[in-house]
Design a protein around this ligand. Structure first.
Ligand SMILES: Nc1ncnc2c1ncn2[C@@H]1O[C@H](COP(=O)(O)OP(=O)(O)O)[C@@H](O)[C@H]1O
Ligand SMILES: CC(=O)OP(=O)(O)O
Ligand SMILES: [Mg+2]
Length: 406
């Protein structure tokens, strides 16, 4: 019997998302989420998908990602899908920062782990959680192949002009300071799915992908290759996010140090966790912000306006980077669900061939769909992302190739 199942782990700074898939037909067997890891009010929601069983929810403290993954393994075992199953072929891990070295999915060895560890300072919210997830998974199933799929990989095709910061070259190179970009698995998946929606091959189309989740980033994809993206050395640059500032004058940091007496760590926390939508209005959930805007709340309106203004700047900038744009694709939690964000981001851009049809924009659906009017110069689309499926596919392909060789 060939093992055909892949468990995908996506460890965030305080969450662990997972999916178990059978790669014969990409069927989902179970999905789940552990949130508020490290707090007293942690919550695990596990959804077994075979046989129509109801989701199970457990609350109570889960101290770290190690405990979270062990709790997940317990839930899977309860459904007969435990990590000890011989049908499990591999575990695929989302790893956020892979630097310049990892341009492909990679079988995890001690040496690969050491490199992910070395990159912790440039992905302090993400890489430590990814490492814990990998180490715990290895302890639970030592002989099973573990594969890392890197957020940075898709962006390694960016030309030097886009990847370089205009700072002293020797200093930059000594410390590997450059623009890496993140959410690459999503940008790759969505740009391909957008081409499919247009009935074209990815090599024929230029797409601006707007990945708007808790973290948010834009990318310009030319004929299937990434040529520009909004995140940089770390996932802090670019768009306004749930809790991150995105672009800011770097002098703000010196100013805060000199004038407000803040330490580097305090400024890091301010820009990564107390900025963005939450810093502007106290909420980071776009649903709540829209509810407040509709009630006339000024702070929520300010947060919405700053968010949309930045998004429009990037759409214009990436239009210029690409020269010819075939589609703009909205994806992730906000992009897939928040019609008012999509409407405001595209409003008044008719001269660029961009427009949104209000009725199409109002449709709620889990399918990829066009929201631009018929005959529009550029397609505007909502294209649901599926990072877990993409990680599972890449993991499974790699393990099959490795097994075929041995
Ligand atoms: N129905 C909705 N309307 C508006 N925004 C939504 C809706 N559902 C989710 N969101 C937004 O999506 C965000 C989460 O996006 P997601 O892509 O799941 O994030 P991540 O993977 O980074 O955790 C939420 O914080 C919220 O702002
Ligand atoms: C890289 C990044 O920002 O990821 P997330 O959106 O999952 O926080
Ligand atoms: Mg996400």
């Amino acid at each position: 019997m060939t093992a055909t199942r892949v468990l995908v782990l996506n460890s965030g700074s305080s969450s662990l998302k997972y999916q178990l898939l059978d790669m014969r037909d990409a069927a989902r067997l179970a999905t789940g989420l552990v949130e508020r890891i490290g707090e007293a009010t942690s919550r695990l929601v596990h959804t077994p998908l075979a046989g129509g069983a109801a989701p199970r929810e457990r609350t109570g403290p889960i101290a770290d990602h190690d405990a979270a993954l062990k709790a997940v393994a317990g839930e899977l075992a309860e459904d007969g899908l435990g990590l000890d199953s011989p049908e499990l072929a591999a575990i695929g891990h989302r790893v956020v920062h892979g630097g310049l070295r990892f341009t492909e999915p990679t079988v995890i060895t001690d040496e690969v782990l050491a490199e992910i560890e070395r990159l912790v300072p440039v992905a302090p919210l993400h890489n430590p959680a990814n490492l814990t997830g990998i180490r715990t998974a290895q302890a639970l199933r030592p002989e099973l192949p573990q594969v890392a799929v890197f957020d940075t990989a898709f962006h390694t095709t960016m030309p030097e002009a886009a990847a370089r910061y205009a700072i002293d070259v020797e200093t930059a190179d000594a410390h590997r300071i450059r623009r890496y970009g993140f959410h690459g698995t999503s940008h790759a998946y969505v740009s391909r799915a957008t081409a499919r929606l247009l009935g074209k091959d990815p090599s024929e189309v230029n797409v601006i992908v707007l990945h708007l989740g808790n973290g948010a980033s834009a990318s310009a994809v030319e004929g299937g290759r990434c040529v520009e993206t909004s995140m940089g050395l770390t996932p802090l640059e670019g768009l306004v996010m749930g809790t991150r500032s995105g672009d800011i004058d770097p002098a703000v940091t010196f100013h805060l140090k000199r004038v407000a007496g803040m330490s580097a760590d305090e400024i890091d926390v301010l820009l990564n966790k107390r900025s963005g939508l939450v810093g502007l209005c106290g909420d980071n959930d776009m649903r709540e912000i829209r509810r407040r805007v509709d009630e006339g709340d000024e702070r929520a309106k300010l947060a919405f306006d700053v968010y949309v203004h930045r998004l429009r700047k990037y759409i214009g900038a990436y239009y210029a980077v690409l020269g010819r744009v075939d589609a703009v694709a909205f994806t992730a939690g906000v992009g897939e669900n928040a019609a008012p964000v999509r409407e405001a981001a595209i409003a008044g851009l008719d001269r660029l061939g961009l427009a949104v049809d209000p009725d199409r924009n109002a449709v709620r659906s889990g399918e990829a769909r066009l929201i631009s009017p018929d005959g529009a110069g550029v397609a505007v689309a909502v294209v649901p992302t599926d990072e877990e499926l993409e990680i599972a596919r890449q993991t499974h392909e790699l393990v099959k190739r490795v097994n075929a060789r041995t």
